[in-house]
Design a protein around this ligand. Structure first.
Ligand code: ZN
Length: 148
């Protein structure tokens, strides 16, 4: 990454880990517990799906490193209000982005693409992927997700 991108990446991660958006639980929603034992990150993701499977509301709680918390915060912002198709497309695009050099359509991911910097660090990839794995699990039908 260029220096400016590196700086922006740090700024976004810090901002979201210090002031996470959409933090909380949604009673009655689909809940998924995710954890990343290698780093100690934990997340409880609540997703309220609408009649057509759209993401009506989404919140998370948990604790862990800055990357896991920032990724969860950014994810909830991007997925809220998205259709089932769009939300799962974004989840797939994000995984491709952080795990490979394969070009991917990042339309709709916005500043989340800054997280692709974790690609070089396999341990960090698990941190960044945790919330997204939990979301994919929620689209399935709940349960738990682990990045190991
Ligand atoms: Zn972590």
């Amino acid at each position: 990454m260029s220096d400016e991108l590196e700086e922006l990446y740090q700024t976004v991660i810090l901002d979201h880990s210090k002031r996470p958006r959409n933090r909380g639980e949604l009673p009655g929603a689909t809940q998924v517990q995710g954890d990343n034992p290698s780093c100690g990150d934990e997340i409880l993701l609540s997703v309220k799906f609408g009649p057509a499977g759209e993401v009506e509301d989404i919140k998370f709680t948990g604790s862990g490193c800055a990357i896991s918390q920032a990724s969860a915060s950014l994810m909830t912002m991007k997925l809220k209000g998205k259709s089932r198709e769009e939300s799962t497309r974004l989840a797939t695009a994000f995984h491709t982005l952080i795990t490979s050099e394969t070009p991917v359509d990042t339309t709709g991911l916005g500043d989340i693409i800054l997280l692709k910097g974790v690609r070089k660090f396999p341990q960090r990839v698990k941190c960044a992927a945790l919330a997204w794995r939990a979301f994919e699990q929620a689209v399935g039908d709940g349960g738990s997700a682990t990045t190991e």
